[in-house]
Design a protein around this ligand. Structure first.
Ligand code: GRF
Length: 209
């Protein structure tokens, strides 16, 4: 059984889709053990509580630096035997202390087709604003492993979404989010089934060419 921890800072609709996927049996070999937030009022924490999942608010103010915070976070996750961390709207830059300190893979979902519209300043509604400003005709979402860079890790799955002439950042965000909910649970399912292998920065999925 793969023990999953989800890190959230906000609404946690992606967390909810993972919870639902585990509860419905779509994800069979995984269990969400723990939800952690850097924000006391993150609705994601409430979602976890409602489903009997252990939730934890880790207050950044109680640590001397982001590095200390991250080292403690990694230690907490390792001590709980977590095999996979899923970032789901976690709005805190991860330091090397977390990436090096946590023993297992970390996944993230990004609301665009990486490597476009990722990195610095590309979060929340800004991503969709940039897509529209650029005039891209297609956007989408990406699930990837986390490395030291911002949105630069190996790509696991992507899904495209058409941009319409009358889209606003808000409508685009809403459209993309629907696909995010499908894509993240698919990636986690594949991981839990042991079907994801990494060759350099290339993700190979068993049963696919
Ligand atoms: C999603 O768009 C995700 O791609 C991004 O942050 C947003 C989180 O939304 N990383 P939610 O909290 O899961 O509803």
């Amino acid at each position: 059984m793969v023990k999953i921890a989800v890190l959230v800072s906000g609404g946690g609709s992606n967390l909810q889709s993972l919870i639902d996927a585990v509860e419905s049996g779509y994800i069979k070999n995984g269990k969400i053990e723990l939800v952690i937030s850097n924000k006391a009022d993150a609705f994601g924490l409430k979602r976890a509580e409602k489903h009997g999942i252990k939730s934890l608010f880790m207050n950044p103010k109680e640590f001397k630096s982001p590095q200390e915070y991250d080292a403690h976070l990694a230690k907490t996750l390792n001590a709980s035997g977590i095999n996979l961390v899923c970032l789901a709207g976690y709005m805190k830059i991860l330091t090397k202390e977390f990436i090096d300190g946590f023993n297992n893979p970390i996944m993230n979902i990004h609301p665009a087709l990486l490597p476009s519209f990722g990195g610095k300043g590309c979060y929340g509604l800004h991503v969709h604003e940039k897509v529209l400003e650029y005039g891209a005709k297609v956007t989408g979402c990406t699930v990837h492993f986390v490395d030291y860079g911002a949105d630069t890790g190996p790509i696991i799955l992507q899904e495209s979404v058409k941009v319409s002439g009358d889209d606003t950042p808000e409508t685009l965000q809403k459209k993309v989010l629907v696909y995010e909910h499908k894509l993240y649970k698919e990636a986690v399912k594949l991981f839990c089934e042991g079907k994801i292998k990494l060759e350099g920065r290339i993700v190979k999925i068993s049963g696919e060419n």
